[in-house]
Design a protein around this ligand. Structure first.
Ligand code: PLP
Length: 237
């Protein structure tokens, strides 16, 4: 194994160990390895050396190219901004596991329609992305609208499966020793949605390299970890 491959495998193993330490017993959160800007070889190193199956990508073209090259049992998570005119390309990836960034009923409709157009076989898992920090720069719907969008998906989008809620949250949130308010907010939205839609059960996608342990303590079931596994990325201009 090259040093690069060995490093990636060791990093994943360390994240998994840390996950286990802070996860309430009986729960098995999903580790999504965020591989944006990183070459397919890095993903293969994680897949072969650490049996890592879930990977997250932010850019449609990059995800399409990697998904064509890489093993078909990889579970891809789309975690970037999804433009309506890209929904068809995304929906056509057979081993796409989830789109985590549905921020409106309109976007859900566009993705649902795309699934029909490409004759996607299985319903596609979606997370409703909520802007829990209220920052202008962050995408995601107002948390107040979580029930409305969730209900819309369940009632009007048969090709989508309402799978959970997702937030990015503010960086370096001052939590004053308490829980991160972004995580608390997402958890409260989960309770509201589950109450409004009987029988539903929402996954919580929250926590990245800097704060995944806190997120797990706050009830995250799906963490998205990039730089801790694959190293730093070029800064986007
Ligand atoms: C890039 C990205 C991540 C991973 O961030 P790291 O800090 O490198 O772990 C997680 N979630 C989203 C939505 C991202 O865009």
């Amino acid at each position: 194994m090259t040093d690069r491959r060995a490093d990636i495998v060791a990093n994943i193993q360390e994240v998994r160990q840390r996950m286990q330490k802070v996860t309430p017993s009986g729960q098995q959160p999903t580790l999504v390895a965020v591989s944006k800007y990183k070459p397919a070889e890095d993903i293969l190193a994680a897949y072969e050396g650490a049996e890592q199956k879930h990977f997250g990508e932010n850019y449609v073209q990059e995800m399409v190219e990697k998904s064509e090259k890489l093993p078909r049992d990889i579970a891809w998570h789309f975690i970037g901004n999804l433009q309506s005119n890209k929904c068809k390309v995304v929906a056509a990836i057979p081993n796409l596991y989830a789109v985590e960034t549905i921020e409106s009923a309109k976007k859900a409709d566009a993705l649902n329609k795309a699934c029909v157009q490409v004759s996607r076989e299985n319903a596609l898992n979606v997370f409703v992305q909520l802007n829990t920090s209220g920052e202008e720069s962050k995408s995601g719907a107002d948390p107040e609208s979580c029930v409305e969008i969730a209900k819309h998906i369940v009632e009007n989008c048969p090709k989508l499966t309402l799978y959970g809620l997702m937030t990015i949250g503010a960086p370096d949130r001052d939590t004053n020793g308490g829980e991160n308010p972004d995580f608390v907010c997402l958890r409260e939205c989960k309770a509201k949605v589950e109450e409004a839609i009987p029988g539903s059960s929402m996954q919580l996608s929250m926590g990245m390299s800097a704060d995944y342990e806190d997120a797990l303590r706050s009830g995250s079931t799906n963490i998205r970890v990039g730089s801790t596994i694959f190293g730093s990325r070029p800064v986007k201009q």
